[in-house]
Design a protein around this ligand. Structure first.
Ligand SMILES: [Zn+2]
Length: 301
């Protein structure tokens, strides 16, 4: 089962989050038919947004991150809720680039080294916070670290690993550390040293996340939560959005197309709305609508 583990280490000086989300990324791979590069790219962003979601304070809180880079993957959007329901989509799920000389997927090439990254965070009780950063390297961890430094004024280190093979996710996870206010410099240095150790990736992929928290970082107490790839769309939710377009607009589409199709790009689900749905949206029961319109039978699909 996927896990988000949070602990205070170094005597409370440093906040540690260890994420293991292989199943979440595998669901994304299955939902979008992702290539290995698509898995490596979307997987890392899903991990980072899992962290942002775990930081939400209010039960109704949600966060969305959109990358608009000049890379081969096109736009990438990932959203998460307080309950750790996470979902994402990439414009080009079939993105392919030759692997880098070290054998790793060219995630930077998929995202792009210029463009923007926008974070919309709704804490549930005030106007959503919107922060935008320019992309510099296309490295997911670097871009999120820069966002936290510039927009939230919080130094944050992201160590993200997603390993695809044969269009499946073999492993996905990450480590995120943040010094607490007034943290001692030597505590922060010790943790930064641990993050730069060359065998950290091997430990992360070989051990259970709880073992990493205990054995690598020496945490004695911690909290565990279970994130999930889950879309929050529903027929009712989309009906509300459609209603906001206004009746005339919807009747116009119905007259031309016979039905209104809505596609949810997060879970790849198609919804169709028909004349009777639009009648219902605007409080006209079908019988009433028909009795008021002598041509109605011709309009039925
Ligand atoms: Zn959906």
């Amino acid at each position: 089962m996927d896990k988000v583990i949070r602990a205070l280490i170094e005597g409370g000086d440093v906040s540690l989050t260890v994420i293991q989300n292989t199943q979440m990324v595998q669901t994304a791979a299955n939902t979008h038919f992702l290539t290995n590069l698509g898995i490596a790219t979307l997987g890392r962003i899903l991990t980072a947004v899992t962290y942002l979601s775990a930081c939400l304070k209010d039960e109704s809180g949600q966060v969305s991150v959109t990358f608009k880079g000049n890379g081969e993957g096109g736009d990438i959007c990932v959203s998460g809720n307080y309950d750790l329901s996470i979902r994402g989509a990439i414009d080009n799920p079939y993105v392919y680039l030759p692997p880098k000389p070290n054998g790793e997927e060219d995630v930077e090439g998929a995202i792009g080294r210029s463009g923007s990254m926008t974070v919309v965070r709704d804490d549930g009780y005030s106007t959503p916070f919107v922060g935008t950063c320019e992309l510099k390297t296309g490295d997911v961890g670097d871009e999120f670290a820069r966002y936290f430094a510039l927009s939230e004024q919080l130094p944050t280190a992201f160590f993200l690993v997603t390993i695809p093979d044969d269009e499946n996710c073999v492993y996905s996870g990450g480590i995120i550390v943040q010094p607490m206010p007034g943290a001692r410099e030597e505590s922060v240095e010790r943790v930064t040293d641990l993050l730069s150790k060359t065998d950290l990736r091997d430990k992360l992929t070989a051990m259970d996340a709880e073992e990493v928290v205990k054995k690598v970082f020496g945490a004695e107490s911690y909290t565990v939560r279970n994130p999930l790839y889950r879309c929050t769309c529903s027929r009712e939710y989309l009906r509300d959005i459609l209603r906001s377009f206004g009746e005339a607009e919807l009747r116009d589409i119905l007259a031309k197309e016979k039905r209104i199709c809505v596609h949810c790009h997060f879970c790849n689900t198609d919804y169709a709305f028909y004349e009777e749905d639009v009648d219902e949206m605007f409080g006209k029961r079908k019988e009433t609508w028909e009795s008021n319109d002598s041509n109605s039978t011709e309009k039925n699909c």
